[in-house]
Ligand binder design. Structure first.
Ligand code: IMP
Length: 472
């Protein structure tokens, strides 16, 4: 017998998403928090929110090019080297494929006001001032087409790792004459490169001025760092594998965002590591296994540095020239305080791009999305969301991450939604904010379980409440 019930495709799609979210109700031992745009998605806050129940927090790529800001009451924590979980005084681990700058690490530990429970893998590569000097010289040599790196020496340090000339944390800690010899050798080699290729010296930026660095000072400083880091050295691979076997709550903390991945991002306008879920396994040294992945996306997009952003409201200009930007870009930038935590440069701003998001969700196997900074959009008349592309030379729903030229010539096809004055009404999403969240869910087909609507730790709306268990 037929019942005259009309079930729309949208209803089926939403029921499907809700059902999948419900099926996730089980103990999840390992969670990965990863940026699925170009970085700065607000990962620190989400890590902070869920690390309450974590036994350990593990950083697995990047270095102090990352910047995480966590606001707890009147105190603001800024971390670059340390995993964000440090604010909860958790066991914090730095895995082998992180590049570590001991100058920054020491500063951060000093600012904490307490001794962190920190473990550093002995295989971690160390950033030296000559890496910063090379980063600076190369950016200058790129002339009018710089990448816009953070100048933290990240690329040159990964280069040394690939060249098999890098100095790792275990060597630093071991110290002795062989360490001094290795630092001197590397220093002299880089000095020659800087002189002959770039007509400069080992110079780094201090207080906005270029300052020459002396070999003797670097050797002395880093020998001291070695002594200070000794107590933190730990085989992270063993620690994490053993924790996973015991079903401990392990939280993996990504840095940057997938579109900056050196293989799968917008090469060459990328960083030098893999901000991707798959990087966990090679960095930690653990077998591939299911890890619950939370993809962090802003309600709009931002990018610091050059490279294609199809929905850019700054006419692709890098550095940003606010006098030629669209009005909405300046509005969003100001409300969202979109300047880099690491370098304070203005970030480019654009509308949400669901073509790019679908791509990063796919290659990371994102199980749920945390949508951040939706409140920044409050007060706009209309909100646009790119749902397809035109003129890319590829299919309209396809993201050719590698083809930066094609992406630069691509036009977005927008769906326009009415704006909202307030994100929340009576503790729930206001109807127009709800419409924005629904649109993203419907197109991406992944539940948005968390909506962050302000910088405070408490300003997160949990959706599918019954399903959000994590480790509880
Ligand atoms: P690098 O990682 O310093 O070599 O910079 C390469 C590119 O990645 C530049 O466009 C940087 O602005 C960008 N980048 C690096 N780290 C971050 C981050 O944590 N957030 C956003 N962009 C980043």
């Amino acid at each position: 017998m037929w019942f005259p019930i009309k079930i729309s495709a949208k209803y089926i799609s939403r029921t499907y998403i809700a059902w999948n979210a419900y099926l996730e109700v089980r103990k999840i031992p390992a969670v990965n928090v990863i940026g699925i745009q170009w970085g700065d998605e607000g990962k620190g806050k989400i890590v902070d929110a869920i690390s309450e129940d974590a036994d350990m927090v593990v950083r697995y790529q990047g270095g102090n090019n990352a910047g995480h800001t966590i606001v707890i009451g009147k105190k603001t924590f800024s971390t670059h080297c340390l995993p964000s979980g440090v604010s909860r005084k958790k066991r914090c681990l730095i895995a082998s494929e992180v590049v570590l700058d001991p100058r920054q690490l020491k500063k951060e530990i000093g600012n904490l006001g307490f001794e962190p429970d920190l473990g550093i893998d002995p295989r971690t590569h160390i950033i030296f001032p000559y890496h910063n000097a090379l980063d600076l010289a190369r950016e200058k040599a790129r002339g009018g087409d710089p990448i816009g790196t953070t100048l933290k020496g990240i690329g040159p340090c990964y280069e040394d790792a690939a060249n098999r000339t890098g100095i790792r944390s275990f060597e630093l800690v071991k110290g002795g004459k062989s360490l001094e010899k290795r630092i001197k050798e590397n220093f002299r080699f880089k000095k020659r490169m800087l002189k002959h290729l770039y007509n400069t010296d080992v110079k780094i930026i201090v207080d906005k001025k270029e300052v020459r660095v002396r070999e003797k000072d670097v050797v002395e400083q880093y020998v001291e760092f070695g002594k200070e880091l000794k107590k933190y050295l730990s085989d992270i691979s063993m620690e994490v594998n053993s924790a996973m076997k015991k079903n401990k709550n392990v939280l993996f903390e990504g840095a940057q965002g997938t579109l900056l991945d050196i293989s799968h991002g917008n090469y060459p306008k990328v960083t030098s590591s893999h901000p991707m879920a798959g990087a966990i396994f090679t960095s930690v040294g653990m077998p591939p296994q299911k890890i619950h992945t939370i993809g962090i996306a802003k309600a709009y997009v931002t990018k610091v540095g050059s490279g294609p952003v199809v929905t850019c409201l700054d006419h692709g200009k890098w550095p940003v020239d606010e006098s030629v930007s669209e009005q909405e870009a300046n509005y969003i930038r100001e409300r969202g305080q979109e300047a880099g935590t690491t370098t304070m440069r203005l970030r480019r701003v654009g509308w949400q791009d669901l073509v790019a998001l679908k791509y990063t969700v796919g290659i990371n196997g994102v199980d749920e999305i945390a949508l951040t900074k939706i409140d920044v959009l409050e007060g706009l008349e209309e909100i646009k969301v790119a749902v397809a592309y035109m003129n890319s030379g590829y299919e309209k729903g396809y993201y050719p991450a590698w083809d930066t030229k094609a992406l630069e010539n691509t036009l977005p096809l927008y769906q326009t939604l009415p704006g909202f004055k307030k994100t929340l009404e009576d503790g729930e999403l206001s109807p127009n904010a709800q419409a924005l969240v629904d649109l993203i869910e419907d197109k991406i087909q992944v539940p948005i379980r968390m909506v962050s609507y302000g910088p405070e730790r408490s300003e997160i709306l949990h959706r599918y409440k019954e399903a959000v268990l994590y480790w509880k």
